[in-house]
Design a protein around this ligand. Structure first.
Ligand code: B12
Ligand code: SF4
Ligand code: SF4
Length: 305
């Protein structure tokens, strides 16, 4: 099979609206990554939310696509900062990803379009698999290898210019793409600890540690929460961006969202499935249905914030 050059893929990806594009070979230094994944799981009773396979399997891209030759990582930024700032006692806040159009759908559409364009260049040849936050693969490790950013103390992959408010999409392909291999970026937080201080529950620690049991993003999306966990919700109805909003790297392109981020708890508690579909049917929390927002508003009503 003939190959193509990275410049062609980059140009087409940028035209489609991707802000970040990078490439890497599918071979990883699995020992280092495996140890990091194992260490994280060990801090959290052996589990990563939403992920059910072993670290070894997560890192071996050949188990996902045996014929793989090149990995393409893509980043698409979103508006991080909410229009409204303060939340009163009878209100709750949605994270950026919950109020915008579902990033899985946005990224998938664009990645499919990119694949179509690459296939055209290849006269129909080549096989492709695309992923966005929906598979065992570790999106941030792949994107890091492709040069899309460095690991921040808030766990986010941060691009030095674009910040961390971007979603990651991954395309695996058997097309040999020739590209200049970048050196993955080293941690660049230096002595900053703003995210650690901004986390409402002190869930983050030095050394990239995160206590999932205190992370609002995890708890507000979780199916069942126990009374102890419900004490950690603070002002959040779904998701949490506090550790990103605090990060100075996000101030270079501070995009403010046009959509509502603060909602009355009474309104949320009385949501019908129909109203939920009308308002949030296209968002990334649509798959959860109205019940989770009703439950979370009930928890916020009881809490003192
Ligand atoms: C499970 C999961 C969660 C869980 C756990 C998050 C976590 N920090 O692990 C919960 C529900 C809490 C969550 C929350 C959020 N998530 Co999430 N989540 C995932 C998912 C499905 C797997 C992540 C995972 O495997 N975690 C386990 C840990 C060990 O892996 P890791 O954090 O990716 O990487 C760490 C280590 O591997 C290590 N590391 C690895 N290699 C190296 C190399 C070097 C040199 C260094 C120093 C460190 C290092 O450092 C990293 C930080 O600890 C991914 C999608 C995917 N399939 O990968 C999305 C993903 C990570 N989530 C994403 C987002 C946007 C969010 C939220 C911002 C959503 C929100 N607003 O509420 C929050 C952010 C919370 C936070 N501070 O991390 C994006 C991140 C994009 C980015 N720019 O980083 C992803 C990639 C989805 C996507 N495709 O866009 N998420
Ligand atoms: S998402 Fe919220 S709760 Fe989770 S680590 Fe970041 S600031 Fe803390
Ligand atoms: S707030 Fe500071 S410590 Fe946290 S990720 Fe951003 S630069 Fe790193």
């Amino acid at each position: 099979m003939k190959g193509i050059d990275e410049s062609l893929v980059r140009a087409k990806a940028k035209n489609l609206g991707f802000d970040l594009v990078g490439f890497c070979l599918p071979e990883f230094e699995t020992n280092e990554f495996e140890n990091r994944l194992i260490a994280r799981n060990a801090e959290n009773a052996g589990k990563t939310p939403f992920v059910r396979v072993s670290p070894q399997k997560r890192l071996d891209l050949k188990t996902v696509m045996p014929e793989i030759k090149t990995v393409i990582a893509l980043g698409k930024t979103y508006a991080l900062y909410p229009k409204e700032k303060s939340v009163s006692k009878n209100e709750g806040r949605l994270a950026a990803f919950a109020r915008e159009r579902d990033y899985h759908a946005v990224m998938t559409e664009k990645m499919k379009a990119l694949i179509k364009l690459i296939k055209r260049e290849m006269n129909g040849e080549g096989s492709f698999k695309l992923f966005v936050d929906n598979a065992r693969i570790v999106d941030r490790i792949i994107a890091w290898k492709c040069g899309l950013g460095f690991f921040g103390k808030n766990n986010m992959l941060i691009h030095p210019d674009w910040g961390s408010a971007f979603n990651i999409g991954v395309i695996l392909t058997d097309v040999p793409i020739s590209f200049y291999e970048v050196k993955p970026l080293s941690p660049s937080c230096a002595s900053c600890t703003r995210c650690l201080e901004a986390c409402p529950n002190g869930a983050l620690g030095e050394g990239f540690s995160l206590d999932y049991g205190k992370c609002i993003s995890h708890l507000t999306q979780k199916k069942r929460v126990n009374p102890e966990e419900s004490c950690y919700f603070k002002e959040y109805l779904y998701g949490c961006d506090a550790c990103q909003i605090a990060c100075p790297y996000n101030l270079a392109h501070p995009r403010v969202s046009d959509s509502e981020s603060v909602y009355s708890l009474d309104f949320m508690q009385n949501l019908t499935e129909e109203t939920f579909r009308q308002i949030f049917g296209k968002s990334a929390m649509a798959w959860r249905g109205a019940e989770i927002l009703k439950r979370n508003s009930k928890i916020l009503k009881k809490s003192t914030k």
